[in-house]
Design a protein around this ligand. Structure first.
Ligand code: MLT
Length: 270
């Protein structure tokens, strides 16, 4: 997995395939490895880039609070250094928060925006307190505790045993300090609901029908505000890309295909 130095951090990323660029932003408390099925499926016809946020996966170190703005600024710098001027940006859950922060910072980058199993609104005061408590507990109790807390929320009731194992392994590869930094960063995120009304690029909203963390009703509202199509992935929970990998990749590919300028008809031969 290649890496580049951005400020005081090494940012690890994957860059696979050729074609229209799709940039994938991962969920919490995972890392870019959660996109394995989509990277494999989409890299046949797209250039797929996925990064680990500071403090998660192999990127680091993270400051005490990894704000969405800092992660978005790393993302913009990574894309610039990889020579990417336009991309379809897809973020799942925390990835959606980072995608919205990236749109706020660099709207010109966006060929399309895909928000998956996420929300635009901020946390309640109670939610913020809960995140700070979680950060403390993660540091004290470690990644096994984090996985036990999160897996029942991240996966739907129909998740296959191998998916549960995969998610536990992905979470276990993270460091509690990065998890704590991400929780504090999410607690500090701004209200992005007003931003939804300012989005000018094509958009798609996706959600698992069994997502209990960001239920479909939230996605319905976001899609209505954005004027986006809502793709409901039947049977999938919050990590819809891992529970319905092919359907998820198919929706993304279809959205990206619709963005490509139709080829001008060739003039008839003289
Ligand atoms: C995620 O899946 O990224 C998290 O559940 C997001 C959050 O905690 O708000």
């Amino acid at each position: 997995m290649p890496r580049i130095r951005i400020g005081d951090a090494d940012i690890h990323y994957e860059d696979a395939g050729r074609g229209p660029v799709v940039f994938l932003l991962h969920a919490f408390p995972l890392h870019s490895g959660m996109w394995r099925p989509q990277i494999d499926l989409l890299a046949r016809e797209h250039r797929v880039i996925a990064m680990d946020y500071r403090g998660l996966g192999r990127s680091g170190p993270a400051p005490e609070v990894a704000t969405m703005e800092l992660l978005a600024s790393d993302a913009a710098e990574l894309l610039a250094r990889l020579g990417v001027a336009h991309a379809t940006v897809a973020g799942l859950s925390m990835g959606g928060y980072v995608a919205l922060a990236l749109y706020r910072k660099s709207p010109q980058l966006f060929r399309g925006l895909v928000l998956c199993d996420t929300r635009a609104g901020p946390d309640s005061a109670e939610g913020r307190e809960g995140r700070h408590r979680f950060a403390q507990d993660a540091l004290a109790k470690g990644m096994g505790w984090v996985a036990d807390q999160m897996i029942p929320k991240l996966l739907g009731p129909n998740a296959a045993e191998e998916v549960v194992k995969r998610v536990r392994a992905l979470i276990g590869e993270n460091d509690p300090r990065g998890v704590a930094a991400a929780q504090r960063g999410m607690a500090a995120r701004p209200d992005s609901e007003p931003l939804l009304k300012q989005v000018r690029c094509p958009t798609l909203v996706m959600v698992g029908s069994e997502d209990s963390l960001t239920p479909p009703s939230i996605s319905e509202e976001m899609a209505a505000t954005l004027g986006a199509r809502l793709a409901l992935l039947p049977g999938a929970g919050h990590l819809a890309n891992l529970e319905s990998p092919k359907l998820f990749a198919g929706e993304l590919a279809c959205f990206i295909a619709g963005l490509e300028t139709p080829r001008r008809a060739q003039p008839p031969p003289l």
